[in-house]
Design a protein. Structure first.
Ligand SMILES: [Zn+2]
Length: 272
């Protein structure tokens, strides 16, 4: 393999399969159909099992989003790492020797299977808020500039209304915070509705300083989307925004491949 030396940083196939088994089935593999352990026999080490009672086979890829996986475990691990590092698909293709459509497909799978909840994010202290227009919608964004936390909402309207902004403030800005916005009327008198100090500035007068962080965030978002996801429909945009938020608020999920795999593959998520 041409990239062998650089690739030695990744775990080998045996190690990956062992980790995947541990995440998905635990140390002692139970049958996913009857939940019993005693009838399970291992057909392929850390990979394929059969339940003698149910007469069914199951594998690490048959009960989750890895279904139909055609790449090796090591390659999966590498793709997760590349995605966590926000590497562009061309770079990844050169490193992993994998086709670009395959990389894009896995990037989407990773993104869609993040088990996170950004609804509870609370911004406090000094918060900047702004809006960005995209085709067919707009995005409301807010940033807690001290803790570097962000919250974004995609609103499927042509132009933002006051209650869209207020709703976001009610849900995500802690009482007592100071809110900086542009002069848009959607933020006007927001301090009458929520216990915050509101300061607005007029962009046409070249006052950019107090919302510069949240405006910078739009640039980061644009670059992120262009590099990672190429074509973006409105439906996908919501999920991409969720990933973007997660990268700020759940940093540990993007640190090690194992952390992400544990998060996205661990057993059945609870409904409540
Ligand atoms: Zn069974």
């Amino acid at each position: 393999m041409p990239n062998a030396k650089a690739l030695s940083q990744f775990p080998n196939e045996k190690q990956v399969l062992r980790e995947l088994q541990r995440i998905i089935f635990g140390k002692h593999v139970k049958c996913p159909h009857c939940q019993r352990q005693i009838y399970v026999i291992e057909l392929k080490k850390n990979r394929l099992w059969r339940c003698r009672k149910c007469r069914k086979r199951f594998s690490i890829t048959s009960v989750n989003w890895l279904k139909g996986m055609k790449i090796s475990g090591t390659k999966l691990w590498m793709l997760v790492w590349c995605w966590q590092q926000k590497l562009g698909v061309l770079q990844v293709s050169g490193l992993c020797l994998t086709s670009i459509p395959t990389i894009r497909r896995y990037y989407e799978l990773f993104r869609d299977n993040l088990q996170i909840n950004c609804d509870d994010i609370i911004l406090e202290g000094i918060v900047q808020m702004d809006e960005m227009f995209v085709k067919g919608a707009f995005i409301l964004g807010a940033k807690d500039i001290i803790r570097k936390r962000i919250k974004m909402n995609v609103v499927f309207k042509k132009s933002p209304e006051k209650h869209d902004a207020m709703n976001m403030i009610f849900q995500h800005v802690k009482p007592g915070s100071t809110l900086f916005t542009d002069g848009s009327k959607i933020y006007r008198k927001s301090e009458d509705w929520w216990p915050i100090t509101h300061k607005s500035e007029c962009h046409s007068k070249f006052e950019f300083s107090q919302t510069s962080e949240v405006e910078g965030m739009w640039g980061v978002l644009r670059t992120f989307i262009r590099r990672m996801y190429h074509h973006v429909t409105l439906k996908k945009l919501v999920k991409i925004i969720a990933e973007f938020e997660a990268r700020f608020s759940f940093k540990e999920l993007f640190k090690y491949a194992l952390n992400f795999l544990k998060n996205s593959l661990s057993s059945v998520p609870l409904a409540f």
